[in-house]
Design a protein around this ligand. Structure first.
Ligand code: NAP
Length: 459
C-alpha cells in the first residue's frame, strides 16, 4: 500500500464526465489538487454547447458542477488546448494521474453519394451553432428551404427537429445564440422529414423528448398507421424490453397516427424502415433518394434493416445527419478506430484495443471511454468507475512519480503565452452573459467568439 501524499490529478475536458471525475476524487481524497483543463475559456462541455436551449432543467446540472469547482484544491484552466498548447506527455510529467474526458468531438458520416453537397450537414453542427459554440458560430444553414430531412431518430434528432419546428418567440426566452434566433425568425422551413432506418420499436429517442414534438404549437406530426403494424422480430423485441421506453414511445406514435392533420403551418413527417441512399443535386442538395427496408431478426435479440430495393425521391433542400457522435484520436495515444474511443479497461487507458495492459497514470471517462451513449447522469457512474481504478493504483503505489512542481504547469503555459482562464474569470463572463440576456427576459446571451470572451474576462 502507498502512504504517499495526495496525488495531483489533471482532468482534460470540463464537461459532465470531467466534473463527475473530479467529484469522485474529492469524495475519496478531500483536498487533493485537481486541475480541470478545457480548450474553451468556458466550462460545462456539452451542457453549454450541446443540450438544447429550451431544456433549461437539464442545464441546471451546472449547479452541481459549480459546487465541485468550489472545493479546496480544485482549479479550472480554461482556454488550454491539450494536444496543441501542451501535450498529454507534458501533463503526465506534471501530474501523478491524467484523466481524459474529452468526449466525442466529431460526427459519424453516412457514407452515401452526395453527402458532401452544399446543404448536407451534421446535426452536431446545427446543435453547436444554435448553442453558440465558438467552433460552429460562423456556420450558415440555408433555412430558406421549405423541406428538410433529419436522418436518425435519437435524441439529437429530436432536439434538431424541435428547434427547427418551434416558434422563434418561444425560443427567444431561452439562451439560444442570438445569431441562431435571428436566422430562425427568417426560417422558411415547413416540412421536416425524420428518417429512421428501422421501426418504431427501435427508435433510439426517449419518450419525453419524442412527446414534445407532438406538443409544439403550429406543428402537425404525421405518421402513417402502417408503421405501427409490428413485424415478428419487433414484437419480440418489445416483449423482451428491459425498460418501458419502447412501450411508452409506441403509445405516443399510436396517438399521433390517429390524429387528423390540422393544416398547421409546419409538419413533422416520420418515415420508418427507410434509409437514405444518395443525396442528389448539381452543387447543393435538391433531393434525397431513400430506400425502404425490411426488418429482420438478427438472431441475437435485435432487429436489423435489410434494403428492399424499393426506392423513391424525397424533395428536400437541407439534410442533417444525426446518426451519432464519434471520438477523435489524441496525439501520442492509442485509438480504437472501430469504436471511436481511446482503448481502456474500466477506465484505465490500455496500449491497444482489447488489451488490458495499462498505460500508467492515464485514464478516460465519458464518451471517449465508452462511446457516445447515455444521458448526462450516465457519466457519473462511468467517472466513478474510472476513479476507482485510479484510487486502487494510488493505493498500490502504481501511479507515476512526478518530478515537476505543482507550479510547473503554470510556468510552462505562461512560457508559451497561453492565455489561461480560471474559475473566477468564468464567473465574471457568466455574470456578463446573464446581464446581457436579462433585458430581453433571457437567461443569458452567450458570447460566441473566444477572442470576445477573453476580452471580456481580461486575460
Ligand atoms: P443515438 O441515440 O445513438 O441515435 C442515433 C440514431 O442514428 C439512431 O436512430 C440510429 O439508428 C441512427 N443511425 C445510425 N447509423 C445510421 C445510418 N448509417 N443510417 C441511418 N441511421 C443511422 O445518438 P444521438 O441522437 O447522437 O445521441 C447521443 C446520445 O446523447 C444518446 O445517448 C442520447 O440519448 C443522448 N442525448 C440525450 C438528450 C436528452 O436527454 N434530452 C439529448 C441529446 C442527446 P439505429 O438504432 O438503427 O442504429
Amino acid at each position: 500500500m502507498s502512504d504517499s501524499p495526495l496525488p495531483r490529478v489533471a482532468i482534460v475536458g470540463a464537461g459532465p464526465s470531467g466534473f463527475y471525475a473530479a467529484e469522485a476524487l474529492q469524495k475519496a481524497l478531500p483536498g487533493l489538487r485537481i486541475d480541470l483543463f478545457d480548450r474553451l475559456p468556458t466550462p460545462y462541455g456539452l451542457v453549454r454547447g450541446g443540450v438544447a436551449p429550451d431544456h433549461p432543467k437539464i442545464k441546471s446540472v451546472t449547479k452541481v458542477f459549480d459546487r465541485i469547482a468550489g472545493q479546496p484544491g480544485f482549479r479550472f484552466l480554461g482556454h488550454v488546448d491539450v494536444g496543441d498548447d501542451i501535450s498529454v506527455d507534458e501533463l503526465r510529467a506534471h501530474y501523478h494521474a491524467v484523466i481524459l474526458t474529452v468526449g466525442a468531438r466529431t460526427d459519424r458520416p453516412l457514407g452515401i453519394p452526395g453527402e458532401h453537397l452544399i446543404g448536407s450537414h451534421a446535426a452536431t453542427e446545427l446543435v453547436g451553432w444554435y448553442n453558440g459554440h465558438p467552433d460552429y458560430a460562423d456556420l450558415t444553414f440555408d433555412l430558406s428551404q421549405p423541406s428538410v430531412a433529419v436522418i436518425g431518430i435519437g435524441n439529437v434528432a429530436m432536439d434538431v427537429t424541435r428547434i427547427l419546428a418551434k416558434s422563434p418567440d418561444v425560443l427567444a426566452t431561452t439562451d439560444l445564440a442570438a445569431h441562431a434566433l435571428a436566422a430562425l425568425r427568417e426560417s422558411g422551413v415547413r416540412d421536416i422529414h425524420l428518417i429512421a432506418r428501422r421501426g418504431v420499436v427501435q427508435a433510439a429517442c426517449t419518450t419525453p423528448e419524442l412527446r414534445e414534438l407532438g406538443e409544439l404549437d403550429g406543428v402537425d406530426v404525421i405518421i402513417a398507421p402502417e408503421y405501427l403494424e409490428l413485424d415478428d422480430a419487433s414484437q419480440a423485441m418489445l416483449e423482451a424490453a428491459e425498460d418501458r421506453t419502447v412501450e411508452k414511445n409506441l403509445a405516443v406514435f399510436r396517438e399521433w397516427a390517429e390524429r387528423t392533420p390540422t393544416g398547421a403551418p409546419k409538419r413533422i413527417h416520420f418515415h420508418f424502415a427507410t434509409s437514405p441512399v444518395a443525396l442528389e443535386g448539381e452543387r447543393r442538395v435538391e433531393a434525397m433518394v431513400v430506400e425502404r427496408n425490411r426488418l429482420e431478426s438478427d438472431g441475437r435479440g435485435d432487429v436489423r434493416a435489410v434494403a428492399s430495393g424499393e426506392r423513391r425521391h424525397l424533395d428536400v433542400g437541407l439534410v442533417f445527419r444525426s446518426v451519432g457522435y464519434r471520438g477523435v484520436p489524441m496525439a501520442g495515444l492509442p485509438f480504437d478506430e472501430r469504436r471511436g474511443v481511446i482503448p481502456n479497461h474500466l477506465g484505465r487507458v490500455t496500449d491497444a484495443a482489447g488489451s488490458q495492459a495499462p498505460l500508467a497514470g492515464l485514464y478516460v471517462a465519458g464518451w471517449i471511454k465508452r462511446g457516445p451513449q447515455g444521458v448526462i447522469g450516465t457519466n457519473k457512474a462511468c467517472a466513478a468507475e474510472t476513479v476507482m481504478q485510479l484510487l486502487a493504483d494510488h493505493a498500490a503505489g502504481a501511479l507515476r512519480p512526478v518530478p515537476g512542481s505543482a507550479e510547473g504547469i503554470d510556468e510552462l503555459l505562461a512560457s508559451r503565452g497561453v492565455r489561461v482562464t480560471d474559475w473566477a474569470a468564468w464567473q465574471r463572463l457568466d455574470s456578463v452573459e446573464q446581464g446581457r440576456g436579462a433585458p430581453a427576459g433571457r437567461p443569458r446571451e452567450k458570447f460566441v467568439s473566444v477572442e470576445e470572451m477573453l476580452g471580456v474576462i481580461g486575460v
